[in-house]
Design a protein around this ligand. Structure first.
Ligand SMILES: [Zn+2]
Length: 595
């Protein structure tokens, strides 16, 4: 059973969705009908998840109106919609509209977009937000195919995680089809003044018109990534692979919506150095979208495998040094996250398999699933050797294709296929079910970073910035340098660094964010204007969390954090707002309601 869904698939499970909706960009509302084909097994009702939806009516397959009830609202799970099903009925049509503040939806005013002329809408379904814009059995363990008809204003274009148009229609009507069974969190929609540019036979980029050329240049390697991925783990089964670049408030780096990855514009660095993110989202076409975690407690099955796969793609394209650097940075992220989790209310969350019952599944989406999961797979790879491990992974994706599995199912499979025949000495129970990092973890190293560390030592001893040997450094070397600047840099030394390397003016979001964090930690207030500009433009949670956290840790920073957040909050998506509200105890700072 999935603790985060009201659905009872053992009684009646949806198998196909026909969605017919109208998107009202002015009223910020979606209105329409979701028609489901059901597979009934027992009982006399079907249960869907909803959150903030108004259910207008439900019509049964025989044309009669159905009786339905809405359960008690739960702040995390929303409300159960229970529809009575007479014998022989296997189809229901639910007419509904979305509510104000639907969590999956972010409605952007023109000023929040790149081109500043048209409004924009995007959805974010993972983990349990799809229920806020479609009544649905919202569990990753339930898979459906879908068709959709979407009406949008004539001057805008709609795209989904499905077959997509490459040009705007004349009447604002769009039809979509996803003929492979996918979990609900992968149903996604974006609406805006979009252009499209091809990057290869099967790949291309959607973005606002003013961004599309830049994005296509940045992601020029997409086709090569797709070929590298197929060479590793078998055919890509989804037809086309496209990416849409969203406005900067998108809360994640990327979201692996099938056929159409949703991506943050903060990976457009101008030098193609951050496109590892595309390799990650592409890898999800196997790990996550093809073989899916059955519940959010098994989230590491989606992310750990994807980080491993991502590294294999980037290694094939960009070589071992690149990969070593990103592995070290990922390991640093893991240690940072684990230290925070250790001192939190839930120190048990450093286990790979989680127990998120009664909690928001978003709480479990930490670097543990990603980087500890990766570390485990890397360890097993080192024990059995690459050829065997690759054969195992390919077999795993084939065996469980288009299925959702639990950690236990995975364990039975890997023990039988790999661990027992090869007598692999890895304690899977400890790695997966126990908190902490086992002693046999392989700590990644990088020869490029060894050179960076030498320059850090020189800087620490007073060498002038201009004399540091930084020639040929890319994004990752600079991240290593900035992350490890010693505490207590003087104002003069911070100015010297910025004058030599132009961090404040960097168009590379990773470098800029790492620099701004150091500015906060070293009290370099000259950079606070830039900090405010960054935090009020970008909504990517990965950047928000460390920057606000660093602010909160300084004596004057709390007031600054709250001031910036008050301004920035309307520009953040609900998943970022949730995290930041908790971190900044925002509710306590709201003025009391006067009416
Ligand atoms: Zn991922």
């Amino acid at each position: 059973m999935d603790p985060h869904s009201h659905a009872r698939p053992d009684e009646a499970a949806a198998t196909h969705l026909d969605l017919d909706i109208r998107v009202d960009m002015e009223q910020h509302r979606i209105h329409g009908t979701a028609t489901y084909q059901l597979k009934r097994q027992a009982g006399d009702s079907v249960v869907f998840d909803t959150d903030g939806l108004t259910i207008e009516k439900v019509v049964l397959g025989n044309g009669s109106e159905a009786k339905f009830t809405l359960g008690m609202p739960d702040s995390i799970l929303g409300q159960a919609l229970r529809i009575a099903l007479p014998a022989g009925i296997d189809k229901v049509a639910i007419t509904y509209s979305t509510g104000a503040g639907a969590k999956a939806l972010q409605w952007l005013a023109p000023v929040q977009t790149a081109d500043k002329k048209h409004p924009f809408l995007f959805t974010q379904g993972e983990a349990i937000l799809t229920r806020s814009w479609i009544p649905i059995q919202d569990s990753p363990g339930i898979r459906i195919t879908y068709n959709a008809r979407v009406a949008v204003p004539k001057d805008l274009m709609a795209v989904m995680s499905a077959t997509n148009p490459q040009e705007r229609s004349s009447d604002g009507m769009y039809s979509f089809s996803m003929d492979k069974p996918i979990p609900s969190y992968l149903i996604a929609l974006a609406v805006g003044d979009l252009g499209f540019k091809s990057t290869g036979k099967r790949t291309g980029v959607y973005a606002e018109r003013g961004v599309v050329d830049t994005a296509a240049w940045e992601f020029a390697d997409m086709e090569k990534m797709l070929e590298a991925a197929e060479a590793l783990y078998g055919p890509y089964r989804w037809g086309r692979y496209d990416v849409i670049v969203l406005p900067p408030s998108f809360p994640f780096g990327g979201m692996e919506n099938p056929k159409l990855t949703f991506a943050t514009p903060t990976v457009i660095a101008g030098d193609r150095s951050l496109t590892g993110l595309i390799a990650h989202e592409l890898a999800h076409s196997w790990s996550g979208n093809l073989v899916t975690n059955a519940t959010w407690n098994d989230f590491w099955l989606n992310e750990g495998f994807t980080v491993y796969f991502e590294h294999r793609i980037t290694e094939a394209l960009y070589g071992k040094d690149y990969n070593d650097m990103t592995s070290v940075l990922g390991y640093q992220d893991l240690l940072g996250d684990m230290a925070q989790i250790d001192s939190s209310k839930h120190p048990e969350d450093t286990a790979l398999h989680l127990d998120l019952k009664g909690r928001n599944p978003d709480d479990g989406m930490t670097d543990v699933a990603y980087e500890k999961g990766y570390a485990l797979l890397r360890l097993i790879e080192s024990k059995v050797g690459r050829p065997k491990f690759d054969a195992f992974l390919r077999g795993y994706f084939d065996h469980f294709a288009f299925r959702s599995i639990t950690t236990d199912t995975f364990l039975v499979y890997i023990r039988k296929q790999l661990m027992e025949p090869d007598r692999v000495a890895v304690d899977l129970d400890q790695w997966i079910f126990k908190p902490g990092l086992p002693a046999d973890v392989i700590v990644p190293t990088s020869r490029n970073f060894a050179l960076v560390d030498e320059q850090l030592v020189r800087w620490g001893k007073g060498a002038p910035a201009k004399e540091l040997a930084t020639k040929g450094w890319g994004t990752f070397e600079w991240m290593q340098f900035l992350r490890h600047l010693a505490k207590g840099q003087t104002e003069q030394r911070m100015n010297e660094l910025d004058a030599a390397f132009h961090f404040s003016a960097s168009g590379n979001s990773e470098i800029l964010a790492a620099w701004l964090e150091q500015c906060i930690k070293n009290g370099h207030e000259a950079a606070y204007g830039k900090l405010e500009e960054f935090l009020t433009t970008v909504g990517r949670r990965k950047f928000l969390v460390p920057l606000y956290q660093a602010l909160m840790a300084t004596p004057k920073g709390k007031a600054v954090a709250l001031k910036i957040y008050g301004k920035a909050r309307p520009n953040y998506h609900a998943v970022s707002v949730l995290t930041m509200d908790q971190m900044l105890a925002w509710r306590d700072h709201k003025p009391p309601a006067t009416f």
